[in-house]
Design a protein around this ligand. Sequence first.
Ligand code: PLP
Length: 378
Amino acid sequence: MIYLDHAATTPIAPEARAAMEPYYNRRYGNASTPYEFGKKSREAVETARCTIADTLQVQPSEIYFTSGGTESDNWALKATMEAYSSYGRHMITTKIEHHAIGNTCGYLRKKGFEVTELPVDRDGRISMEQLERAIRPDTVLISVMCANNEIGTIQDMKAIGEIAKRHGVLFHTDAVQAYGQIPIDIEGWNVHMLSASSHKFYGPKGCGFLYMKQGLRTESLIHGGAQESGRRAGTENVPGIVGMAKAAEISCARMEETAAREQYLRDRMIHHICTGIPGAYLVGSLTHRLPGNLNICFQGIEASNLVLLLDEEGICVSAGSACNSASPEPSHVLKAVGLSDAQAFSCIRITLGRETTAAELQYTLMALKRLVKILKKG
Ligand code: PLP
């Protein structure tokens, strides 16, 4: 199998799996219990919190463990809008967010909040002028994803943070696709909240975190016990948290080297596809792009058929995002960057990982050339 869908999920790093193993077997104590056996689990959770905090250069007390990116996004938006509703009921986001943000905004609208969705240009970037113009006296929050999951576009986080700061507005970023892939500068970007998900950076599934700046009044999303300083109830997923921290440590330590390698392979692949397959072109930005992301439009073919044929050859890629693959609607991201419905249905996403080899890409390129030709004839 050739796995080229790392934006959907990544394989778990062997080191992360090894670090988790004792917490499934010998060290299964509940981290909230007072005896030594439980205290060992507590220690593991707190060590993991420090590891993750170090990768972002923030305080461990500002890291809250969650069940993944979706929960972190829900928490950041719902609980913040509720907590600050006496100041205002308006927030700003973009038209290309993941559904974890988009559908949460839909829920907030039903609850009487107002949400402005900023358009993006052909590269998938928002305009700072439009952002500034969208801010109102009752704006509480700006939520802009750091990097997009379909086309890999990286936003100008520093500029967004400066605008948020100047207007006294909170700034949340969905960094699910960015964390562990590109450098994150919480302080320089003036970020108040940041969502991340373990399975996107070679950690286990069902685990993530929300960075929340000290002093924020954000309410709890999940009520119950006193875990996570009383802000996120539920018995801690100790093995998951330990594995996530190990994966975070490795991904952040190897980030520069991995990014350089992926970007080199990606750019060669883009070149070969776009020059070797008639009608194929890159969607999104080349410069402001995640190192391992390619999104290619193969004009005149149905991407879903191409994905199936590639699957038969043992190659995993996706048409759109994994969470959307069952949807009959064209991708909202591809529509937002100006593609027609037909063009949007002709795009495939190829996302490289740190184990991806040049030989795998060469094999994929050959398969693409052959299959696109067959589909065009058919
Ligand atoms: N946000 C983005 C940008 C994503 O790509 C994803 C998952 O694909 C999520 C949020 C949801 O994360 P999780 O799968 O951990 O719930």
